[in-house]
Structure formats: structure tokens, C-alpha cells
Design a protein around this ligand. Sequence first.
Ligand SMILES: [Zn+2]
Length: 376
Amino acid sequence: MDQVLVECIYCSSEFNPARGKGDHVFPAALGEFEGLRVFRGACPKCNNEIGKSEEELIRCGMEAYLARVSDPPRRRRTTNPKWVGSKTSPPPVMSTKRHGAKLRVRPVSRNPQDIDIPDQIVIEDQDGNHYPILLHAKWTKNSVRAKINALGIVGKFNVHISVSDESRVKLEQVAEVLWPGEELNELPLTEVGNHPVEINHVFQVTDHYFRSIVKMALHYYLCYNKRGKLGNEPEFAAVREFIKNGGEPNQFLISPKESPVKVGTPFGRTPCGGAITPREWCHFFFAEDSAEFIVVCINLFLGPGYVQEPLFVRLGDRLSTETDGGVWAHHLQWTPGATVKGTIKEIAVGYQQNIQILAGPGLSQIDRSSWSGMIF
Ligand SMILES: [Zn+2]
């Protein structure tokens, strides 16, 4: 059979697109879907290279949290509750406030809402900043003192203590050495059992996070566009450069106001204050190829009780002299914990004006405004 070679849209080298796995429109960790098209315009080397950005999306972003809540179908499903960061960013940090102290919490199962509070002391400096120091099983007064010193706190500080009886005895024995003359604030004991607490999540991401979202948008567009666009056209030069080498995400992630489309999801807040959320977990993709610029709207992890703002990605300009590529959308749906792949279906979309949405258990504590480069 003849090999039909194509040019990689990222590096222009020629390669055989029939080889290799290609790029699924989005990372398998966010769910595997029956019949989702595969993007074959990137050579294996570039595919591998740009794929590295995905690690931040699936491990460090809010998507890491929502993937655990919604449990999409995927191979190599893990039940390990541990959060692991990417090479470029730490894993999400979870904390809760108890009696005025900001305590670190840790998940005890895949469900991130299922947590416990490990033994720890919290150092509070004079500016009111809280620094939790976890007391691992083998902690010593020297290891704790080293951690406190590493904080570089000048002047007096408060120490909040949240420990089991065993660690308490040990702490009392070394308190004078660790904190000569400092004020200790022992938190009241919590009775054994289940208690609801509010959990605060901090997600730290770099431009890799946004590069993987923009890549998802571009490859989705290229897989489904009706104008025969391959991705190597000049209007996509800037977006290719960003995906490959990084840069300022705000050129591509635009605010809903800047977008020529006012979303297409059937879900969101209603005028009377409620919200329409889907009965089953899903992702939602929408492409606008008929306006002055090409926009893909991505809404990941919509589910029972969960709606978030969609992300609008501006891929490039569409000249008015070009044909109208229309609009289209896909609804990707799954049942949590299912072992069969989720379904993908093309859907008709409506338009909506107000899309400032962030609701759902746990989500109210997520502050997206602090995300670097985020513009909502
Ligand atoms: Zn390449």
C-alpha cells in the first residue's frame, strides 16, 4: 500500500498519519467516548510534545477535582486517593477552617469530598497568614523545627495545634524547645465520626493548562469543521505557536463578552435564580465558524448539580469572503463508574445571554479569579 504522507501542522515535517494513535480531541483521563474523532494532523513527535501540557489539566486544574467527582469511563482507572501534581505545577491543595485555623485536609478516597484532617500544627504569622505543617508518623522536634525555620517568619507567631492524643503528648514534651515563649492555641477536640466541613481548594496552573485547553479547541474544530481546514492555514499560526511554545493565554481564551457567540449550552442559571443542570455527567463542545472569528466553546464536567462557565477559545479569524462554516455542537455523556465508553452525539444548540455560572457542591469555594491568565 502506498504511504500517503502529510505535513505536520506544527513542525511541517512529513509523516504517515495512519501510523500512531493520533490525538484524541481531549485527554483520556477526562473520559473515553465511543466514536470521538481522532486528530491526525500532528506528527508523533509534536503530538507527544504538545501532549505534555495535558498533565496539568488532568492533575492540577479544577478538572482534576471534577474528574474524581464524576468518575468518567477510562482505561487504567485508579482508586488511589492521592493527588499527584504535574512536572510543572503542584497538585490541588485542600484546606478547611476550624476554630480560626486554616487546616490542611486530605482525601481518603477517590471522592474528593471525602476527607480527613491529618495531625498538624498551623503557624500563624503576625499578618494572619497560616502555614500548616503536617506531622507525619515519624516527626521529630528537629524535623518540625526545620520546617518552621524554612518559613522564615520574623517575630512572634501563633501556633494552632490539631493533633491526636498521641502526638499531643509528644508535642507537649517538645513545646518548650520548639516554641520557647510562643503562644500555643490548642484546637478543641473533634469527636470521632463524620462531620461536614467546608473545603477550600487552590489550583495552581501555568500556561500549560491553557495550552491544553486551546489544543483541545483547535483539534476539535479541525476534526469537525466543514470548510476543509487542516490547521496549517495562516489564520491558525498564532494558535499553533501558543500550543507548541506557550505564551499569553488571553489572546485565545476570550471572555464571553468578547465572543461572537453567546454560548450554546442548554444548561445554566435561570432568570428566577435556579439552575438547569444535566441529569447525567457530560462535556459540551460548541464551534462557531460563521462569524468574524472562529470560536470553540468548551464546557467540561457538567453534571447533576454542577454547571460552570464555558471556556471560549478564539482560534483565528474568518474572512468575510470565506464560506460560512456554520455552527455545530457535541454532547459527550457518561454514567459515573461505567466501564463502557461514553456516548458522543451532535446536538442542536440554543443561544443564551448570561453565562456567569459557577455553582454546585464544592464549587462555591473555588476561586477562579486567582487563576493565572483566567479572564472570567
Ligand atoms: Zn510535527
